[in-house]
Design a protein. Structure first.
Length: 132
């Protein structure tokens, strides 16, 4: 049955972080799957919606800080995705762009994974009541 209500910004952000966590984990797993996902931009639309609507204020300050840090990494990764995409696939410039992009994924991995898991715990029926 279709939903008759819109999901809230925090729930939307949870789904967005789930997607971002999937891509970042694939890019940092050490397997060859990173090559299939390189150039994948991470999403931030629901985060921006949460900021615009003030929904982040519903989060405890520690979780809000973690989410903000994770999305600063998302922004950084997306910057390197654009740089990678705009570099001709040849020579040292391309190798450097690839290295910078992979490094951005590695440095953002922990923040994105942590923000996803802690927001999920906060929004869960069991965890959310204990965190409010």
């Amino acid at each position: 049955a279709p939903r008759d209500t819109d999901i809230g910004p925090l729930e939307g952000m949870l789904l967005e972080l789930e997607f971002n966590e999937l891509i970042v984990s694939r890019m940092t797993s050490g397997s060859a799957s990173w090559q299939e996902n390189i150039g994948s931009s991470l999403h931030d639309k629901e985060y921006l919606r949460s900021v615009e609507q003030g929904s982040l204020l519903l989060l405890p300050s520690e979780l809000r800080s973690l989410v903000n840090t994770a999305y600063s990494k998302v922004s950084q990764i997306n910057t390197f995705v654009r740089m990678y995409s705009n570099t001709r696939p040849e020579g040292n410039a391309f190798a450097e762009a690839t290295d910078r992009l992979l490094a951005a994924y590695r440095t953002g991995h922990l923040e994105v994974v942590s923000a996803y898991s802690q927001l999920q715990a906060f929004l869960s029926p069991e965890g959310g009541e204990n965190n409010r």
